[in-house]
Write a protein that binds this ligand. Structure first.
Ligand code: GLN
Length: 502
């Protein structure tokens, strides 16, 4: 590696020391090793040649430990890399290190007790803000230039929320596009690998390297399905090219807890899109109000099952000594699991075990699955593109839309002090705008938009901090319409920088 690629890597390494106090990384690739890695000359043609990319620590890499920010995996190094890590290497990228997260991805502020909290470089009245979560380490690493881009995982918003809080671009592709092989399961019917980048263009480049069928992931979309999606999208694009974009604004997202600053940013974006000739269409997604509760039944249920293997026998650090239970020899792993998991993970395991139990399953788990189906139907009713995996052919009515645009989070990032006061349920509320797309497996991207009163402030790329000047707006589209969400996100990005021609 030489020239600009090497200089970029050196710049990121310098930023890593400068911002070490933010605790974005759990482990870092040795700086000397990074600089010494000199791919052959022809490698310069690779799409991500010499790009330094951080990987969330619930995604397995070959060289560094994979801990999911959990004590139970504190000594774990995977015997094989995840498919996404392998694809990064194929594309010429270098792994910067493993980023900090909420334990096993469960949370919204990146505060794993074992790995310690991630801090945002941004402040409000001098108070440090939450970086969002659970991919907060990845978002902070990107916003402070400690890497070129980062991988995160998004189960109910964990890529989009930290992106919204840190002024970065967070993209969650359609479920099944990017391989989950080697990604530690949290709630596997929702878990999606996503990207955190400084620009939408970078997200496109990174996504292109990852968007592939993987025979080792049973939920990966096979070639025939990908072709079917491409055909459907192309047929729609053919019709769309002669008309303006139809942007849906979901009525139900206008909730009372939506802060006035975020609401203003949302309306002003919609006004600008309208002024640029695009159509704004009010739409209704009536099941939205149930989505958050359904998510917090389904995700813990899957988690309780997925995390059963961390028992100190199959996986996980074994805590020696007798279990603190009357019959010591009956439960081999109670102590290991009791000490190995932090309080939030324990809460979710217990909640999930309860909602799956014979006396509760009908009232909780089954009901939540029904709500999930209703949320999916709501989306199918508003998008002009029929769901490419469903056989029902939908008549694209006059009032259907191409994309939905809504805030990523109802408020600006809270201060760390405010986060410390939140009850678990209050902190779950943060995910109200992100979980619907997760329940339906839809592609969604959070793109920063400027706050009205911060229009003039310019950030210096090397000195990141001070007041937040942006909030995240989410672009959501039909399953498989990933390219369109990125296209619209890019349009919004251009409008911010004033390079957009009407
Ligand atoms: N905050 C949500 C949760 O705790 C989402 C997490 C995620 O997407 N990994 O479940």
């Amino acid at each position: 590696m030489s020239g600009p690629a090497l200089r970029n890597v050196q710049h990121h390494i310098a930023q890593q020391s400068k911002y070490a106090r933010l605790n974005a990384f759990i482990s870092l690739t040795d700086a000397a090793k990074l600089q010494a890695s000199a791919p052959a000359a022809e490698d310069a043609s690779k799409p991500l040649h010499g790009r330094l990319i951080a990987v969330k620590d619930n995604i397995a890499t070959a060289d560094l430990p994979t801990t999911a920010a959990s004590k139970i995996l504190s000594n774990y190094t995977s015997p094989y890399p995840s498919t996404v890590a392998t694809l990064l290497t194929f594309a010429g990228a270098l792994v910067a290190g493993k980023t900090n997260l909420d334990e096993f991805g469960m949370g919204s502020h990146s505060r794993a007790p074992f790995a310690g909290p991630v801090l945002s470089p941004y402040t409000r009245n001098g108070e440090t803000l939450s970086p969002g979560g659970s991919s907060g380490g990845s978002a902070v690493a990107v916003t402070t230039g400690q890497c070129w881009a980062a991988l995160g995982t998004d189960t109910g918003g964990s890529v989009r929320l930290p992106a919204a809080y840190t002024g970065t671009v967070g993209f969650k592709p359609s479920y099944g596009r990017v391989s989950r092989w080697g990604v530690l399961d949290y709630a596997n019917s929702l878990d999606t690998v996503g990207t955190l980048t400084s620009t939408v263009g970078d997200a496109k480049g990174l996504y292109e390297a990852l968007d592939q069928y993987d025979v080792r992931d049973p939920t990966s979309l096979p070639g025939a399905v990908r072709e079917r999606i491409t055909k459907a999208v192309m047929a729609r694009d053919e019709k769309r090219k002669d008309r303006p974009l139809r942007v849906g604004v979901p009525f139900e997202y206008n909730i009372t807890s939506l802060s006035s600053v975020v609401k203003r940013a949302w309306t002003s974006l919609l006004q600008r899109l309208q002024a640029a000739g695009h159509e704004i269409v009010p739409v209704s997604l009536p099941s939205t109000r149930l989505a958050l509760s359904a998510y917090y039944v389904l995700a813990p249920a899957e988690a309780s099952s997925n995390l059963a293997k961390y028992d100190g026998v199959r996986y996980g650090a074994r805590v020696s000594g007798p279990d603190a239970l009357p019959k010591e020899d009956l439960v081999l792993f109670a102590k290991t699991r009791g000490e190995g998991f932090g309080p939030e993970v324990r809460r979710r395991i217990l909640l999930g075990a309860y909602t799956l139990s014979s006396e509760a399953i009908d009232n909780y788990f089954i009901q939540a699955q029904k709500v999930r189906r209703l949320v999916q139907k709501d989306f199918d009713n508003v998008f002009g593109l029929a769901h490419p995996l469903l056989d029902e052919v939908q008549a694209a009515g006059e009032d259907t839309v191409d994309v939905l645009i809504a805030p990523t989070a109802p408020t600006l990032p809270p201060t760390i002090k405010e986060v410390e006061q939140l009850t678990p349920v209050e902190s779950y509320m943060n995910d109200v705008f992100t979980v619907p797309a997760s329940l339906a497996g839809l592609p969604a991207v959070s793109v920063p938009v400027k706050l009205a009163d911060a229009a003039g402030k310019v950030q210096n790329a090397d000195e990141v901090g001070g007041e937040v000047t942006t909030t995240g707006m989410q672009v959501i589209a039909q399953f498989g319409d990933d390219d369109l969400v990125l296209e619209v996100a890019e349009l919004i990005e251009k409008m911010q920088s004033g390079t957009y021609n009407m």
